[in-house]
Design a protein around this ligand. Structure first.
Ligand code: IMP
Ligand code: MG
Length: 179
């Protein structure tokens, strides 16, 4: 196992091994399977959560589960509307459906809050949130997070889908920035 990786100008050290990630994924999927959520649509937030989503979905045994992938994009609207956000990738209607958001990491919660407000406009029945990693010290929102894989310190991490400037998503372990 590589205990250190270099990405661009930065060094990262091993933080969460693939074995630990696997047990976190099993734990989160067990909790979701036992949650009595009916016919959920899992919505994975691209790009970071594609690896987590692929591992989680294969452990879900709730009948009639579906998965879809979306991306939050932002562009500048008019001077009065400022920065406008939209969800790309939502194909068919999700009206009256039970949504489970799949995130790789929740940091300040700003992204999550925007995604939730946009999903609510689609008149969904319910929204639950599952995240692999959570940084409680950085979180600024009141939105409760239903399924947390692991709470971590306020460090910058890469690997298992998470990137530093688009690099490191392919790493099988999770690494943190070396001071
Ligand atoms: P938030 O809006 O501050 O919660 O940030 C959420 C997004 O920032 C995540 O979906 C990631 O794309 C990115 N992010 C936050 N912390 C990290 C990190 O430690 N490593 C890689 N990406 C991160
Ligand atoms: Mg992300």
């Amino acid at each position: 196992m590589n205990n250190e990786v270099d990405l661009k100008d930065k060094k990262f050290e091993i933080f969460i091994t693939d074995d630990e990630i696997a047990s976190i994924v099993t734990d989160v999927s067990n909790k979701i399977n036992n949650s009595f959520i009916k016919a959920p649509i899992f919505i994975a937030i691209l790009n970071g959560s594609f690896v987590f989503a692929a591992d989680i979905i294969r452990k879900i045994n709730i009948p009639n589960s579906e998965i879809s992938f979306i991306k939050l994009s932002s562009y500048f609207g008019t001077r009065t509307t400022g920065n406008v956000h939209e969800l790309i990738g939502l194909g068919k209607s999700i009206e009256n459906r039970n949504i489970i958001i799949l995130e790789d990491i929740i940091d300040t919660g700003i992204t999550l809050e925007k995604i939730i407000s946009l999903l609510k406009k689609e008149n969904v029945a319910d929204i639950k949130i599952a995240t692999l990693l959570f940084k409680p010290e950085a979180y600024t929102k009141d939105i409760p997070i239903d399924f947390i894989g692991k709470s971590i310190t306020n460090d910058f991490v890469v690997g298992y889908g998470l990137d530093y400037d688009e690099l490191g998503r392919n790493l099988q372990h999770i690494y943190k920035l070396k001071e």
